[in-house]
Write a protein that binds this ligand. Structure first.
Ligand SMILES: Nc1ncnc2c1ncn2[C@@H]1O[C@H](COP(=O)(O)OP(=O)(O)O)[C@@H](O)[C@H]1O
Ligand SMILES: [Mg+2]
Length: 248
């Protein structure tokens, strides 16, 4: 099967300052890949490149087999419509209520109200939000509910790829666990393909088929959670907070 996402020797920077180089990994259909690494290591930057907000200095990024940067604006828009994104912190529009936030991708795609209403209801229900929340404003919601609204917005247009940036950051452990369980159920029922940025070890272990670990300006390792946990590399051990175990 062709990969949904592939990074080939990608180098990214900000204003000439190198952030990451030699990044090579793929996301296959039906896979949840975790993109992990310390804060500031360049995870969100990679995501911004993937959705075409920035262009890589070197290498190629393929999305559904296409190079986003090479496409016309209209073709880029069509490709982006096949992706659902859950930005860090939810990024809900504060002036719109829950229903309107979730409906946004459908409005941009030109759906009529006849379709939008049932699709928003379905997305809210998939994200585990009771329908009475539809008229509420983002300021009235808890952190866990904001994450669920953002997930509903990410799912509403039935994306072929879901991108999540630190979905459990800032949530208390019980709410984070509920979100992880919900994502696990959705993976089983819908067979979601996703790239999830996270440094939450529980989320990475429970949800991801593979982990791509970045740090020190490059890709450090990739593999299954439990395989990576066995590695002797101190940067990997430090990520898994195993440093103390050698000298207890
Ligand atoms: N808009 C920006 N302009 C300049 N530098 C940035 C910008 N966004 C991020 N950076 C820098 O790029 C590096 C990677 O940031 P980021 O991708 O946000 O890391 P992560 O998501 O892994 O925490 C950091 O050193 C950060 O300071
Ligand atoms: Mg980030």
């Amino acid at each position: 099967m062709d990969p949904i996402v592939s990074f080939e020797n990608v180098e990214v920077d900000y204003d000439g300052h190198l952030v990451l180089k030699d990044v090579c990994f793929e996301v296959q259909p039906g896979e949840i890949v975790g993109l992990a690494g310390p804060s500031g290591s360049g995870k969100t930057t990679l995501l911004r490149h993937l959705i075409g907000l920035k262009r890589p200095v070197r290498g190629r990024i393929l999305l559904f087999g296409e190079r986003l940067a090479r496409l016309s604006p209209a073709a880029q828009r069509r490709l982006r419509q096949r992706i659902g994104v859950l930005f860090q912190g939810g990024a809900l529009l504060s002036s719109l209520n829950v229903y309107e936030n979730v409906a946004l991708p459908l409005l941009e795609m030109g759906f009529s109200d006849t379709w939008i209403c049932p699709m928003v209801s379905l997305a809210l229900s998939l994200a585990g939000l009771p329908p009475e929340n539809a008229p509420r404003m983002p300021s009235e919601l808890s952190g866990g509910m904001v994450t669920r609204v953002a997930l509903a917005r990410g799912l509403v247009a039935e994306p072929e790829l879901l991108l999540l940036d630190e979905p459990t950051a800032g949530l208390d452990p019980v709410v984070a666990d509920a979100f992880i369980a919900l994502m696990g159920d959705l993976q089983k029922s819908l067979g979601i393909t996703a790239l999830m940025i996270s440094h939450d070890l529980r989320a990475l272990e429970r949800l991801c088929h593979r982990i791509v670990l970045v740090g020190d300006g490059r890709l450090i390792a990739q593999g299954r959670f439990h395989e990576l946990k066995q590695k002797a590399d101190p940067r990997i051990r430090s990520f898994f907070r195993l440093d103390g175990e050698r000298n207890p």
